[in-house]
Design a binder for this molecule. Structure first.
Ligand code: NAD
Ligand code: FES
Length: 293
């Protein structure tokens, strides 16, 4: 069992939880994710790590209530426990292989959309600790839905905020703010975008115009998280790739976002995902969901 050390409401339907998981906390790296279950029969929910503290042995996750299973996670309180907390899974962000000297010579821009702001944080924190220059753009529907702004301000070189309704910061989408910054003379070597698929698609289209290398973190449907079932497949550079073992980060200019969004739409509700997962379990993980579609 994995005890919940702390629980906080960040915004409407968005909760932060610190989980005691010393082995995961010791080996987690920026960009990786965990798969969580509230009980032995619960759905396996993939969540990108939002922070980790090896000294305390804790890992921070941020969950948005979108269906039965995520509501179940969010209904738990500090003192209660999660049944499963598997990880760290997936490949860490590529930049962690760079030397501090290489990192100091690079200008990064991170685009964080809504709940996707949480997994951006450990990446920016890591880069800050290694001397890189990191601008961050956070986008949300309204000021009430902004999360992690204080934490991000402490590690970002410059923090820019955009809200769809103009209630805080720039009035418009993150892509419009990025274009504005570039028009004002900002130059970047690397862009990382994490948020809703539609945002990542349009960030990729925007940065392609400027030949700005861009990485996205894909939150595909996952079942086993071990590369066996095929549920998390995406097309990158014309090839099928499995998000859970080959991702979650990919070259944004190579991702087939329209296909990824179509597949996400097939399982739009958590209930539809559960049905797909039950079918997968019943087949003993022999089939690869939708591989022939
Ligand atoms: P949201 O809908 O509020 O969007 C956040 C920001 O994205 C907006 O403020 C806007 O600036 C930008 N955006 C949205 N549509 C855009 C477009 N067409 N063009 C350019 N920019 C656009 O975000 P939300 O409601 O918090 O999103 C939740 C989604 O994020 C869920 O689908 C969830 O699965 C996903 N998510 C992804 C990850 C990941 O690892 N990729 C992590 C957490 C959540
Ligand atoms: Fe990736 Fe099953 S979740 S292959």
């Amino acid at each position: 069992m994995y005890p919940i050390l702390e629980k906080r409401r960040l915004a409407e339907g968005i909760y932060l939880m610190k989980i005691l998981a010393p082995r995961v906390a010791r080996s987690a790296r920026p960009g990786q994710f965990v798969i969580v279950r509230t009980d032995e029969r619960g759905e396996r929910i993939p969540l990108t790590v939002a922070d980790y503290d090896p000294a305390q042995g804790s890992v921070t996750i941020v969950t948005q209530t979108i269906g039965v299973s995520t509501r179940r996670i969010c209904s738990l309180d500090a003192g209660q426990s999660l049944a499963d907390f598997a990880g760290p899974l997936g490949r860490p962000s590529e930049f962690i292989a760079l030397s501090d000297e290489e990192l100091r010579g690079k200008r990064f821009v991170f685009i964080a959309g809504g709940v996707g702001t949480a997994p951006v944080y450990p990446q920016v924190k890591w880069l800050h600790e290694h001397g890189a220059q990191v601008d961050v753009i956070i986008g949300a529907k309204t000021r009430d839905m902004l999360i992690f702004t204080d934490a991000m301000r402490a590690v970002a070189t410059n923090l820019y905020i955009a809200t769809d309704d103009g209630s805080e910061g720039f009035h418009g989408l993150v892509t419009q703010l990025l274009e504005k910054l570039i028009a004002e003379g900002k130059r970047y070597d690397e862009c990382v975008a994490i948020g809703p698929m539609i945002m990542m698609k349009f960030v990729a289209l925007t940065t392609k115009k400027y030949a700005l290398r861009t990485t996205v973190s894909l939150n595909a449907l996952m079942v086993d998280g071990t590369g066996m079932c095929g549920a998390c497949r995406v097309t990158v550079g014309g090839k099928t790739r499995f998000t859970c073992v080959e991702g979650p980060e990919f070259d944004a200019h190579e991702v087939d976002f329209d296909e990824a969004m179509r597949r996400q739409g097939m399982y739009r509700s958590e209930e539809q995902r559960r049905a797909a997962i039950e079918a997968e379990r019943a087949a003993g993980h022999k089939c690869r969901i939708g591989l022939d579609q």
